[in-house]
Design a protein around this ligand. Structure first.
Ligand code: FES
Length: 85
């Protein structure tokens, strides 16, 4: 997944939301290249809706991502990954 850490998103709380996502994935041992990868990216031209994250490969876009939502996203991604095994 891509997580925007551009200026607008950072001012809107992207760093806190990104940290929450990473902590959530780490807590479930779901973070890593062969697991869920999180790539910080620069501005994706959706500044008014930031913080923004995109879930690949379908590029589903989440807007106004809060730390609480990011934590739940990490839990859901870890659960989905376990279900696919
Ligand atoms: S800084 Fe994130 S969309 Fe522009």
């Amino acid at each position: 997944m891509q997580f925007c850490v551009g200026g607008c998103c950072s001012r809107a709380g992207a760093r806190e939301a990104l940290d929450a996502l990473l902590e959530s994935l780490k807590a479930q041992n779901a973070l890593g290249p062969d697991r869920v990868s999180v790539i910080p990216v620069d501005c994706v031209d959706m500044c008014s809706d930031g913080p923004i994250c995109r879930i690949l490969p379908d590029r589903k876009t989440a807007r106004r991502v809060s730390p609480a939502w990011a934590t739940r996203l990490g839990q859901d991604l870890a659960k989905d990954r376990r279900a696919r095994k």
